[in-house]
Design a protein around this ligand. Structure first.
Ligand code: NAD
Length: 385
């Protein structure tokens, strides 16, 4: 079948198997070319098939030689429908890992469920004994608990917020007003994207004696600049991230006897399937790309995760800010970068958006998420989906 991109809103409903494999290989090759560290050795990645979770898995495997177990929620191909890109990414990762002699197995299931936790823990016990690191990199729109489905929302809290946005499909610059979330919506967002499930994973691993003494666990967050605060840091998702941060402290305290330490890593804003759904943020990302690429400080998920594993968490003492958070957004938040972003943001209009923002770079990354536009891939060729 010839696979072409079918973009609907901020999602692409097709994925290219060969393209996804080539994109995974590119990330692996990047890590292979970097210096290595000795730890961690047995890593569980929850949310392992795309974005930051996939990059974490690649960094752990190829930089530290770690055995990895991944958890994802992805769809295989059926009929003339392709699989999701996360599914292809994972098949590709497992294939390369096998060639390179690295243990890699993946459970495809709902990470929020008890059944999935049980299945993963059984796999850990039988194959690895215990894990010494748990990466929690879920980004999900909903979570089912019993008969209740909680849906997360991307809204403000308190006041509506109006600012610029760009409709990336037709390059139209306009104003958008984001309405405030209700208390119920905020509670649901915290249920989905807060720390409750992260803590449940650590509790389950500990109860089953499947996590090492002195293990570390990390979950990902975002802070960003003031223009995005009403939408993100102070919005409904920000409330969930605040809960995630409180959970990191709670886990560390709860398991202090076992030496388990939980961290939040504040990562850079990047194009992923999840971030493209957030209003205003894609425009910010396009401007940020423009500024950071010009300064030579732009990083993608794999560069970020390599730096997390090799500079911030392992190889020396864990490096945190005064609040105890790991800051991989250090380059993004540098004053000179943010000053330029603000200047471009203020000046951006329908007439000059091409000069002010790297929209081509945004789209390049967006298509690459689904295996499209990758160098060396023949998109005219018939592929087995
Ligand atoms: P992503 O959409 O690229 O990946 C999400 C992963 O979660 C996928 O592997 C998917 O299969 C998995 N997943 C979703 N629901 C699941 C479920 N029910 N069970 C099992 N797996 C499930 O997301 P991302 O952007 O890499 O985000 C990962 C984390 O990083 C999130 O906490 C996000 O807030 C954070 N973060 C993202 C950015 C950014 O700009 N993208 C910046 C900072 C922090």
């Amino acid at each position: 079948m010839i696979v072409t991109p079918k973009v609907r809103g901020f999602i692409c409903t097709t994925a290219h198997p060969t393209g996804c494999e080539a994109a995974v290989k590119k990330q692996i090759d990047y890590v292979k070319a970097q210096p290595k560290t000795a730890e961690p050795k047995k890593v569980l990645v929850v949310g392992s098939s795309m974005g930051y979770g996939l990059a974490s898995r690649i960094a752990a495997a190829y930089s530290c030689g770690a055995a990895t177990i991944g958890v994802m929620f992805d769809r295989p191909a059926s009929g003339n429908k392709t699989a999701t890109s996360g599914w292809y990414n994972t098949k590709a990762f497992e294939k390369f890992a096998a060639v390179d002699g690295l243990y890699a197995k993946t459970i495809n299931g709902d990470a929020y469920s008890d059944e999935c936790k049980k299945e993963v823990i059984e796999l850990i016990k039988s194959d690895l004994g215990k894990v010494d690191m748990v990466v929690y990199s879920l980004a999900a729109p909903r979570r089912t608990v019993g008969d209740t489905v909680y849906s997360s929302v991307l809204k403000t809290t308190g006041e509506p917020y109006t600012n610029k946005t760009i409709d990336l499909r037709n390059n139209c610059v306009s104003e958008i007003t984001i309405e405030p979330a209700t208390e119920e919506e905020i509670t649901a967002t915290v249920k989905v994207m807060g720390g409750e499930d992260w803590e449940a994973w650590i509790d389950a691993l500990k109860a089953a004696d499947a996590i090492e003494y002195n293990a570390v666990t990390v979950a990902y967050s975002y802070i960003g600049p003031k223009i995005t605060h009403p939408m993100y840091f102070e919005g409904s998702i920000g409330r969930a991230k605040a809960h995630l941060f409180e959970t990191s402290k709670k886990i560390t305290e709860k398991y202090s006897d076992s030496g388990i330490k939980a961290y939040i890593s504040v990562n850079k804003a990047l194009v992923t399937q999840s971030s493209s759904a957030i209003p205003i943020v894609p425009l910010y990302i396009s401007i940020l790309y423009k500024v950071m690429k010009a300064k030579g400080s732009h990083e993608g998920c794999i560069e970020q995760m390599y730096r997390l594993f090799n500079r911030k968490m392992y190889g020396s003492a864990v490096q945190t800010d005064e609040n105890g958070m790991i800051r991989l957004d250090d380059l993004e938040m540098q004053k000179d970068v943010q000053d330029e972003v603000t200047e471009l943001w203020n000046k951006l209009s329908q007439d000059n958006f091409k000069e002010c923002a790297d929209l081509d770079g945004y789209w390049e990354d967006f298509y690459a998420l689904f295996g499209f536009g990758i160098d060396g891939v023949d998109y005219e060729a018939d592929v087995e989906v």
